[in-house]
Design a protein around this ligand. Structure first.
Ligand SMILES: Cc1cc2nc3c(=O)[nH]c(=O)nc-3n(C[C@H](O)[C@H](O)[C@H](O)COP(=O)(O)OP(=O)(O)OC[C@H]3O[C@@H](n4cnc5c(N)ncnc54)[C@H](O)[C@@H]3O)c2cc1C
Length: 471
């Protein structure tokens, strides 16, 4: 079937909910990855355009759309909140965007079993506010809270700022409904645990639209405690700060927020509290009073033992004020003539400092006019932590060169991470950008990824090229 005929049939099936407006297609063609943002700031839209956007109104629409695209071998790019930062929602010429934002709202609020079910297009911020009014929290606070929606959060295996206590989405997702590439609707029921074969929820978390389109999501609820324990500390070096966090985690304490910002970031946001060259540690403990205070007391003892300088609650209060500012600020750096982006990886305790140190050393050596290279650790575990790099340099008008510079920057981070056995992606997803490192990431288990893809999407229509290189 030629493209015109496909468009005609999709218009017939979805009427006003199939959009072919040029401006919309242009907007939908790329996401918030740094080099595309720089291109758009410079008036260029270089990503390939889709042929249309289907605004699905319900699960049945998703099913109809996928069955049609599967039969006609049309590439489908799922989109929800469109806060993706790794080209996961970038489109191809002749593809169709399947948008889930209209499938939104609370479907069931189950107070007895501490669960909430909502449509894939439900904004997380709306859901959290809804739960708070009833005395609960989802415990999920990605920095993209004002933008992200449930379908995208599950599909990218997202994580929130309070993850050390509540976990990532993999710890919060109870069950879901999804539509597979052939249009069939599947449901994974809501139970507290299961050992009835492999856990099928895992197929969808982090599959970035490759396995199916998530239409409904059930998350755990937590009791909302209005009080918390807060503490900040100045610490001489990143290495020592990591040692504090490692000891806290390995002793078995679970603060909600555990952050270590290096001296560059400490100076940028917390300058008035800092001595020169200090990094900053930020902690928040939540939960019942006895638990949070005991956790806070233990943090205080461990931090002081490592020579940390107590800074009180004020820096943490400041962090609460600015923690999601990046959502509004995305283009501010561009306006200052900078190409700016972030990249998050993870590593074991034995290796994470080496990754940090090498990335920081190589950036100014290999990229011209670097204006910032810094990092923080914001999600910690018994076994290791993440490192979230923030980088910028003076943007160049030559967009091909600009993309090359971006590749160099990402190469440095990926190479150092892989060299020290870390993971190339802690939570943003692989998208279409980081696929080139997937074979090295997975080693001997990499072929299983293609087997998975082929089993669920034999015609390769579902966001192909995302999380796996396009064949
Ligand atoms: C300022 C900023 C801060 C961020 N902070 C964090 C953070 O703290 N933690 C974090 O984890 N991430 C963060 N991110 C990344 C991003 O917000 C997350 O990846 C989020 O999960 C994406 O959700 P979304 O609804 O915007 O999805 P989208 O951007 O619409 O899509 C993301 C991916 O999921 C697929 N997809 C979307 N909807 C569906 C669906 N219904 N079914 C199947 N596949 C689907 C898309 O094809 C794409 O590959 C941040 C992004 C920004 C811009």
């Amino acid at each position: 079937m030629n493209q015109q005929e496909v468009i005609r049939q999709l218009q017939e099936m979805f009427g006003e909910y199939f959009i072919t407006d040029e401006d919309v297609l242009r907007e939908r063609s790329s996401d918030l990855i740094g080099y595309r943002r720089w291109e758009r700031y410079n008036g260029a839209y270089l990503a390939e355009r889709p042929m249309g956007v289907i605004m699905a109104q319900n699960t049945e629409d998703v099913s109809k759309a996928l069955a049609f695209c599967n039969e006609n071998r049309i590439l489908v790019v799922p989109q929800c909140g469109r806060s993706c930062v790794c080209s996961g929602t970038e489109t191809y010429e002749g593809s169709v965007v399947l948008d889930g934002t209209a499938i939104n709202g609370i479907i069931e609020f189950d107070e007895e079993n501490y669960m909430v079910t909502a449509g894939c297009g439900t904004p997380l911020e709306y859901l959290e506010e809804y739960c708070n009014k009833k005395g609960y929290t989802t415990g999920h606070f990605p920095q993209s809270l004002p933008l992200a929606q449930l379908g995208g959060l599950v599909s990218t295996r997202s994580i929130g700022q309070l993850s050390t206590l509540y976990g990532g989405i993999e710890d919060l997702l109870v069950g879901l409904e999804a539509v597979l590439a052939d249009g069939s609707v599947v449901r994974i029921k809501n139970v507290p645990r299961r050992a009835a074969g492999p856990d099928l929820r895992q197929l969808f978390m982090g599959s970035e639209g490759n396995i199916g389109f998530v239409t409904e999501v059930t998350l755990k609820l937590f009791h909302l405690y209005p009080e918390n324990w807060k503490g900040a500390y100045g610490i001489d070096s990143v290495k020592e700060g990591l040692a504090v966090i490692k000891e806290i985690m390995q002793a078995g304490y679970r603060p909600a927020v555990v952050r270590l910002h290096d001296a560059v970031e400490a100076e940028m946001t917390y300058k008035k509290f800092m001595n020169e060259g200090e990094s900053i540690l930020l902690f928040v403990c939540e939960g019942p009073e006895g638990v949070r205070n005991a956790t806070g007391a233990a943090i205080d003892e461990i931090a002081k033992k490592h020579g940390a300088r107590p800074l009180g609650e004020k820096p943490v209060e400041l962090w609460y004020q600015v923690r999601n500012d990046t959502c509004d600020d995305l283009y501010r750096a561009n306006k200052q003539g900078l190409l700016r982006d972030t990249c998050e990886i993870s590593g074991n305790w034995s290796d994470i400092y080496s990754i940090y140190e090498n990335v920081l050393r190589r950036f100014p050596e290999e990229i011209e006019d670097v204006t910032q290279i810094s990092a923080h650790s914001s999600h910690s575990y018994q076994t290791g932590t993440n490192m979230y790099f923030v980088f910028s340099w003076k943007g160049v008008k030559d967009l091909a060169k600009s993309e090359q510079q971006y590749d160099t920057a990402m190469n440095i981070i990926m190479e150092e991470t892989l060299r020290f056995g870390g993971s190339i992606c802690h939570h943003h997803g692989v998208g279409k950008y980081r696929t080139r490192w997937m074979a090295q990431e997975h080693g001997s288990s990499f072929p299983m990824m293609y087997k998975l893809k082929d089993a669920f999407d034999p015609n390769g229509i579902m966001n192909t090229g995302t999380f796996l290189p396009k064949r």
